[in-house]
Ligand binder design. Sequence first.
Ligand code: NAD
Length: 485
Amino acid sequence: MRSMTDKVAITVAHGDGIGPEIMSATLRVLEESGAALEYENIEIGKAVYERGFSSGIEPEAWESLRRTKVFLKAPITTPQGGGFKSLNVTIRKSLGMFANVRPCVSYHPFVKTKHPGMDVVIVRENEEDLYAGIEHRQTDDVYQTLKLISRPGSEKIIRYAFEYARRNGRKKVTCFSKDNIMKLTDGLFHSVFDEIGAEYPEIENEHWIIDIGAAKLADTPEAFDVIVMPNLYGDILSDVAAQITGSVGLGGSANIGEHCAMFEAIHGSAPDIAGKGIANPSGLLLGSVLMLNHIGQPEQAETIHNAWLKTIEDGIHTGDVYTEGTSRERVGTDGFTDALVKRLGQKPDTMAPVEYDKTSNSCFVLPKLVSLDPSDKKTVGVDVFVHFRGSADELAGKILGALSSEFSMKIITNRGVKVWPGGMPETFCSDHWRCRFHHQHAEVMSHREIIEILNSLGGVGLDFIKTENLCTFDGERGYSLAQGE
Ligand code: NAD
């Protein structure tokens, strides 16, 4: 038995909607399992948003999180609409929790599923991609969000996926990306995957284009083992994967960083069933099992997980997984918790019991990132984006009439498609144009020359809305060509 001094402090948030119901069930099971924990409760979410904190969290709560470094969090409700930032995204990014690990397992024949052999772990990048939240309305017609993929971000999550596979006896890591279209951003993710995969020869690696990969995952999840992917794809596909195990209510999730970790259910606050006492606490419970392993209490993790499997196997099911003929007893949150607590110390008879490594915890440190030497970067041109109502030829005429003979305009595109020179009359054009400039005589373009181009455009009343410098890195093009260029 642990002494009181061995207790690990964790921060707990009871959340919104069904949050308080499933959290009290989870804390009860943790208590009964003998987990050595002490709790710092914080309030986050709806009530905090309503008190005027647009981030949904107050300064004292950050202090607790930075002190304990371990967060057990019930789902919260993100208010719709203006001004409110997603608290989940804020916490994950602010505390550097770059890896979101979501095991999705089916419990055939005890929970109805079309995929009896499913046992997939989704490792989702948690900090970047479209979740940068950098969005702008640029013209009457067009809104933009920035998708940012970094080399260090890709390296961390991909290495994490391979290390996870190695330590958990997994055989294969699959990468999903859309690098046939996003050749630079997703292309980087894919190439880092190939580089790092080569360092783990004992683990099979493969890459799928996300669209057909998603179809395959939904149809034949048994074909996959660990899947690593950028943030948005991982968000969507981990819900799909959890749902096809039988219910989104069954999945737990770990957010892991170098400094802090957060454990939660995959699902949200389920306002439609809040307060009815019928929510399935399994997602948060299995999240707490991941937490116990992370903080070095694998015995308790194993005890809870096996009792949970036994409860499921005994057909004691909440409404979301209850099926006539398969389930034995339909219970609410408390009934399920009572049944689980009674089974602490028992193991499932038919399903394989879990066995966790008691010699080391699941928390591992990744090797330090090796930063690349700075490249030889040259600015060779500029894309200027313009808000303009009219035709491509009218825009080109205006620009060419104003542009100094030092520069040439190579192309105008609209939503990425070439519309000048030689555009097609069928191409639909919005009011958002990209005009690409290079130097007539020199290979490189200076900042002063970019400003000169902007001045020429402004001088004829053109509303430029942003620029993107065209750069090469060690001679390699760092920008995409337009469709038709
Ligand atoms: P949801 O996951 O809350 O609910 C989707 C469906 O699944 C609902 O029909 C719900 O009743 C059911 N469901 C979910 N969890 C269940 C459980 N434990 N037991 C039984 N049934 C369950 O998704 P949503 O309705 O899109 O989102 C509701 C709110 O949750 C939103 O405000 C959203 O922003 C928030 N959300 C929070 C988190 C989080 O805190 N990590 C994650 C996702 C969504």
